[in-house]
Design a protein around this ligand. Structure first.
Ligand code: FES
Ligand SMILES: [Fe+2]
Length: 386
């Protein structure tokens, strides 16, 4: 149970905000110390204590459609290989050969087995070491003990979660993950981009609608609203609704017939570093992978559940993608500008207002995991507790 409001309630809250020129507000503002964006020690703690210990979305299940389908990429600066086995189960492994450590796969594809390109050690889809060329050179080698090193992997509601280092926090509430991907969702493709920005700054850019008019003046603003959102938290995760102006058409319908489809974008933040954003033609799973304290890889998996995405459906879908890309570029540019501004010496903290409260929620969760639940963080007053 996520406890998230249903679409009818969200639509009603949005229509009320339009009528009253209001938006959802948290109870308090949040100040995040600048130090937390520039300290290498803090960055290492985020990787060690959160990103590697938390069940973290790795890819959509739909990116691994058949036995042998794999996705290999770094997660929390650790090469990970996720693959669907012959038994239909997804397993993830540390992506390194057990001979001399060569990375086994990169990117995505489909294999019957993983053959190391260096000397040909061969692993099954279940990670077992199946074949060692000229095995007589390794007297006493116990092949059964030299399979790929597994990491905890679980599929929940169409998302593959990976926990690299199980710990007390890895019991994170996966049952609270909403059903965003159904069996009807097909994988369209994956795109990667690198930005010169701390990963938390990229997260922050998704979690408020206060920047729509200023940052997206000619892209999102003409069809959306500035600073008009419905915001909710569930556990350490959150959801923000960005309505489109055409949502006003729903006023003509009785409340129980008002569908949110095509009327708003939901952005779900799956703590710590994954966003899932819904659009009329697609749903995107966006993974924000820290590469360095000031560098982030943005990996975007695109899916659709629309039957018409081929043929006639391609044109509106393409237009929608181009449009999205333009807005995304604006977000990336402004994120890089925040990163550069960090070095100015102007600020001791970054301040987040009441309508930016999901960002405070994100930082509070990070503080609790890194500094301990007793840490007060920098809450200015009573933002709602988890
Ligand atoms: S490093 Fe993989 S077979 Fe030698
Ligand atoms: Fe934006």
């Amino acid at each position: 149970m996520t406890g998230l409001a249903d679409d009818h309630a969200v639509v009603q809250r949005i229509l009320d905000h339009i009528d009253h020129h209001t938006t959802d507000l948290g109870e308090g503002t949040w100040r995040e110390p600048l130090e937390h964006y520039v300290s290498e020690g803090r960055f290492a703690a985020e990787l060690d204590m959160v990103l590697r210990r938390y069940p973290t979305p790795f890819c959509p299940s739909a990116a691994l459609p058949t036995a042998g389908s794999y996705v290999a990429r770094d997660a929390a600066r650790t090469p990970i290989l996720a693959v669907r086995g012959g038994d239909g189960r997804v397993r993830a492994f540390r992506n390194a050969c057990r001979h001399r450590g060569t990375m086994l796969a990169d990117g995505a594809g489909c294999e019957k087995a993983f053959v190391c390109r260096y000397h040909g050690w061969t692993y099954g889809l279940d990670g077992a070491l199946r074949h060692v060329p000229d095995e007589y050179g390794f007297p006493g080698l116990d092949k059964s003990a030299r399979g790929l090193v597994p990491v905890d992997t679980v599929e929940v509601n169409g998302i593959v979660f990976v926990t690299q280092m199980p710990s007390a926090i890895s019991d994170a509430r996966l049952e609270a993950i909403p059903e965003l991907f159904t069996a009807r969702h097909r994988f369209l493709g994956c795109d990667e981009a690198e930005v010169v920005t701390n990963w938390k700054i990229v997260v922050e850019g998704f979690l408020e609608g206060y920047h729509i008019r200023s940052t997206h003046r000619e892209t999102f603003y003409p069809i959306q609203f500035d600073n008009l959102n419905v915001i909710e938290t569930f556990g350490r995760n959150s959801r923000i609704a960005f309505p489109y102006q055409r949502i006003n058409k729903l006023r003509a319908l009785p409340p129980e017939q008002r569908s949110a489809d095509g009327m708003l974008t939901y952005v779900y933040h799956l703590f710590p570093n994954v966003m899932i954003a819904t659009f009329p033609y697609s749903i995107l799973m966006v993974v924000l992978e820290p590469l360095a304290i000031d560098r982030t890889r943005i990996i975007t998996y695109a899916l659709t559940d629309r039957a018409d995405h081929e043929g006639d459906g391609q044109e509106p879908m393409k237009r929608s993608q181009d449009f999205l890309l333009a807005g995304t570029r604006e977000d990336r540019d402004v994120g890089c500008a925040v990163q550069r501004g960090l070095a100015s010496g102007a600020n001791e903290f970054l301040e987040f207002g009441r309508f930016e409260m999901l960002i405070g929620h994100f930082h509070r969760s990070l503080h609790a995991l890194i500094d301990g639940a007793a840490a007060v963080g920098s809450r200015r007053d009573g933002t709602p507790q988890e």
